[in-house]
Structures are given as structure tokens and as C-alpha cells.
Ligand binder design. Sequence first.
Ligand SMILES: *[C@@H]1O[C@H](CO)[C@@H](O)[C@H](O)[C@H]1NC(C)=O
Ligand SMILES: *[C@@H]1O[C@H](CO)[C@@H](O)[C@H](O)[C@H]1NC(C)=O
Length: 154
Amino acid sequence: MLAKVSAIVLIAATCIATPTPNKAVPYSWAVHNFNGTCSAATCWAWGFSISSPIGPSDQPAFKAIDCSLDSRINEHQACRDVDINVPGSVAVQIDGASQFGGLLSVQYTFQQGPIRYTYYGNYSVVRCGDGVQPDYLQPAEFSIVPHAVSAVGL
Ligand SMILES: *[C@@H]1O[C@H](CO)[C@@H](O)[C@H](O)[C@H]1NC(C)=O
Ligand SMILES: *[C@@H]1O[C@H](CO)[C@@H](O)[C@H](O)[C@H]1NC(C)=O
């Protein structure tokens, strides 16, 4: 009983919001309606939408309204309903999913002329609640600043 109470306190403590620095970001993606399905022990099914206007280096605008993934599958999973005006895709994964959340990893790939670019970004998502459904994750709205890009000649 004591162990269970401690676990709940720990989950609650991780939910204290860290203020996001309000600095101008050169390029970022907006995540909306981030949600997950959790048991007391873990979270596994996740869903959200992600989009961006045209980036500062002419990265094409995109909108993926259905990124649904199962974090028990250890690979990136393609979002459905992706709207991009060049060939491209958005693939997502949650690494290290546990009852506390996990690391959301996003790969945005698009073709521009003879080059295929992939941008990589991630964000730590934190679970709140007491393990009783409906549970929730925090925050539900956030932005991801890509930290790496690769370019492959086609
Ligand atoms: C979770 O996200 C998916 C994908 O965007 C969406 O279809 C679903 O309605 C969302 N669920 C909740 C409970 O918000
Ligand atoms: C997550 O993003 C940070 C920068 O925000 C980066 O330094 C780190 O390598 C990334 N981790 C993974 C696993 O992609």
C-alpha cells in the first residue's frame, strides 16, 4: 500500500510544469492534442497531430493529423493523413515508454529537387494522473525544435 502511494506521489511530482523559455525559435513543429492510453504500469498507444508552416530554409509546410503509434513496436511508424506538397512523410516513435511517459521522436522527410532531407526532433512527454482511466499526458500542446538534419542525393 505504501509503495503504491509513493508511486502516485512520484507521478504527481514529475507533472510540475517546467516553464518553457520564451525565446524565438528558427524552425519548429507544433504538436496538438497529444494523448496516450495508459495502465497503472505503462503507456502504449499514443496519438497526436503535428504540423509546421514553411520553414526558414524553405522546408515545405506539412500537416499530419493522425499520428497514432504503439510504443511496444520498436521502430518509427508513419503518420496517416499527411499533407505536404512535395513527396514526403512524417514518422514517429516513443522511446523508453513507461508509466512516467517517454521520449517522443519525430522524423520529417521530404524531397526537394534532387535531395531528400530528413529532420529529426524529439520531446520528453510526461504522464500525469493516478493510473485510473481516463489518464492524460502533459503537455497536450507543445512544439518540437528539430536538432539534426540529413541530406541524401537521389
Ligand atoms: C488522440 O490523438 C489522435 C490522433 O490525432 C486522435 O485521433 C484522437 O482523437 C486523440 N484522442 C483523444 C482522447 O484526444
Ligand atoms: C533529443 O533532442 C536533443 C536536442 O533537443 C538532442 O541533443 C538529442 O540527441 C536527441 N535525442 C535523441 C535520442 O534523438
